[in-house]
Design a protein around this ligand. Structure first.
Ligand SMILES: Cc1cc2nc3c(=O)[nH]c(=O)nc-3n(C[C@H](O)[C@H](O)[C@H](O)COP(=O)(O)OP(=O)(O)OC[C@H]3O[C@@H](n4cnc5c(N)ncnc54)[C@H](O)[C@@H]3O)c2cc1C
Length: 401
């Protein structure tokens, strides 16, 4: 296998790199530190929308989508180069829920009318989506969810509560998974809906961090009327559709290029920082740990490329085991980087917003926030269960996400 880029692809990568490097000079500190807290803060979200406008203007926002739905039919490799560059520079702007998850789901399962009506506003960057899956008693065991959508003529009447809804306070839309047949248990009676927050009966309530940061929400539905034209796929077939959406959520090359950038900062740190009279790079343990992380990063990147290839071959469909492997590898690798960085930085590594904080305090920020990534999108225990079941062919245990 040869991952070398052609001259045109190298030129394209340079175009992306130059643009993102320049734009990120104006990013607020909350964004430069990385993590969701920055993305949803006041100045961070403003910068997010600014970048989105730029990406749409350049026709880079959904470039891999077909032309008729707002994309430019970009070859897969160009999309990968773009994603790597964005991940490397930590650039916000893409609506991960609309562009990364619901859009591809609509491409797979939407009707022609839905593709035109739902995909074009996403492609123009006019809407922001959120993910309406988890409930207070349905996380890992998502198929046990209780929010109901009961058919009444041409409409469904929705009642229930979603929780941990990332960025719902910034969103105007949601893809919702609800129970359309309460007589059926688990995945059999569920359907997927496109929801507009402007409809009456939807209330978004904040779940704030101890420090007041606002990222997550509860979303309550009280007698919300959803027209049947907003149901994606057949009634009661939402679980199969949601499995495809999960695959889109759990894979991506951006995580590994982000780790590459973090490692480069750490290389600089160990080359310029002395402890007990010696540079950190001279310490055998430091070198070994860096070497291991670097090797795993390269493995993760190769896996992300493989997933993109599987997606292309399977017309967007691919094995959940591959997506789960990528999710486990990417999140746990990022956690190892943050652990390692704080280990070698000592107490200053815990500083944030101080001139003495190494690497702008980004590592302590990541150390704290990565735990959320290990749980969200299906916890890593659940991902390992999926790998054992689908990837290794072991018999399935019930209630495994
Ligand atoms: C940062 C973050 C963002 C999120 N954003 C969203 C969002 O936007 N929209 C949304 O719908 N949801 C969101 N979630 C919810 C997320 O999907 C759930 O938290 C996750 O699926 C775990 O469910 P739970 O919290 O109910 O934990 P539980 O399901 O109660 O799990 C508790 C613990 O038990 C373990 N466990 C459970 N079952 C098994 C099993 N069968 N085998 C082995 N171990 C098991 C889990 O791994 C976990 O460690 C988010 C969560 C986080 C942390």
């Amino acid at each position: 296998m040869d991952f070398k880029l052609t001259e045109e692809q190298i030129a394209l990568k340079k175009t992306y790199d130059d643009f993102f490097r320049e734009e990120m000079k104006n990013a607020p500190l909350s964004v430069k530190r990385g993590g969701l807290e920055g993305a949803y803060s006041e100045d961070g979200y403003k910068f997010n929308r600014y970048m989105r406008k730029k990406l749409v203007e350049k026709n880079w926002y959904v470039q891999h989508w077909p032309k008729e739905y707002g994309g430019r039919d970009a070859p897969l490799i160009e999309q990968l180069i773009f994603n790597e560059s964005m991940g490397y520079y930590g650039v916000p702007g893409i609506d991960g829920f609309g562009v990364g998850m619901f859009g591809p789901t609509i491409l797979l399962h939407g009707t022609e009318e839905q593709k035109k009506r739902i995909l074009l506003p996403i492609a123009r960057g006019e809407v922001q989506y959120s993910q309406g899956w988890s409930e207070p008693n349905a996380g890992s065991d998502l198929a046990s969810l209780k929010t109901t959508a009961i058919k009444d003529g041409e409409y469904y009447i929705v009642n229930g509560q979603k929780t941990w809804t990332t960025g719902a306070h910034r969103a105007d839309h949601m893809f919702l998974l609800a129970r359309t047949n309460p007589a059926e248990k688990r995945g059999r009676g569920l359907s997927v809906f496109n929801v507009d927050f402007a409809w009456p009966g939807i209330e978004v309530r904040p779940i704030k961090y101890m420090d007041g940061a606002h990222i997550y929400n509860e979303v309550w539905f009280t007698d919300v009327k959803i027209h049947e034209s907003e149901r994606i796929g057949a009634e009661n077939q939402g679980w199969g559709i949601t499995r495809d959406t999960m695959n889109f959520e759990r894979s991506g090359v951006g995580t590994f290029s982000r780790v590459r950038r973090l490692l480069e900062h750490i290389f600089e740190y160990v080359k310029t920082t002395k402890r007990a009279g010696k540079y950190l790079w001279e310490d055998a343990l430091v070198r070994q740990k860096i070497g291991r992380i670097y090797a795993d990063m390269e493995a993760g990147r190769a896996q992300a490329y493989r997933i993109a290839w599987l997606q292309e071959k399977g017309n967007l469909k691919f094995s959940p085991a591959a997506a789960s492997e990528s999710k486990v590898l990417g999140t746990e690798l990022t956690q190892r980087v943050a652990d390692f960085a704080l280990e070698i930085m000592g107490l200053p590594g815990n500083l944030e917003g101080s001139a003495w904080a190494p690497l702008h305090g980004s590592m302590i920020n990541m150390y704290q926030s990565i735990i959320g990534s290990i749980i969200c999108a299906g916890s890593n225990e659940i991902q390992r269960n999926i790998i054992a079941w689908v990837g290794c062919g072991l018999p399935r245990l019930k209630g495994q996400g």
